[in-house]
Ligand binder design. Structure first.
Ligand code: HQG
Length: 175
């Protein structure tokens, strides 16, 4: 299931065109197109969507009666997720590799290949995100309230990830 979830993430977030998919502006593809392109069956797709630890995928039936699926966040292809700006909590967290701390202190958090910097609502989640790469983890605290006061815009994906364009170093503290 984890393997299939990763393949679906790649197909829906990063490389749909490689397997002949053309997501719409909001990132949706027809479920039957995805099944055909990935050569998987519906039961497996449903199991991944329902059982996903992070609710990475959303399935919905459009006004045309066609079911479509998209990744909830994390894209590198251009998509407009249609998220409305939201007031963040006072503090948000970012878990990352201790090895990149000096670089982050110098230039702040950059979005890299993704659309936004991803921030977690609590320390435990941030620690899990940072641990994905192995090695020592550091959790940075983001002064989200100050950022919002200074005009930075925040979004919250449907699966609870906080998103913003960039986090300048001045708003970050380690620990
Ligand atoms: C780092 C997973 C050096 C940043 C997670 C991170 C998340 C810098 C890496 C989602 C830097 C980018 C995203 C700077 C940022 N210098 N390194 N100035 N600024 N970085 O994977 O936040 O499982 O694109 O700390 O749960 O780790 O895919 O971002 O380590 O929600 O659904 O650059 O991916 O979700 O890595 O993770 P990523 P992320 P999924």
């Amino acid at each position: 299931m984890v393997r299939l979830s990763k393949r679906m993430s790649r197909a829906l977030r990063h490389e749909p065109y490689r397997i002949g998919l053309a997501p719409d502006d909001a990132g949706w593809v027809r479920v039957d197109d995805l099944l055909a392109a990935m050569r998987i069956d519906r039961a497996d797709l449903d199991a991944v969507v329902a059982g996903n630890d992070k609710q990475r995928f959303a399935v919905r039936c459009g006004p045309d009666g066609v079911e479509r699926i998209r990744a909830t966040q994390g894209h590198s292809i251009p998509v407009d997720l249609g998220l409305a700006p939201q007031s963040p909590p006072e503090r948000l967290y970012h878990g990352t590799a201790a090895a990149v701390l000096d670089s982050i202190r110098a230039t702040g958090l950059n979005r890299g290949g993704r659309h936004h910097v991803h921030l977690s609502p609590d320390v435990d989640t941030a620690r899990r995100v940072g641990a994905r790469r192995g090695g020592p983890v550091v959790v940075l605290t983001v002064d989200a309230a100050a950022m919002a006061r200074d005009g930075h815009v925040f979004y919250r994906s449907d699966n609870g990830v906080w998103l913003t364009e960039a986090v300048p170093a001045a708003y970050l503290t380690a620990g």
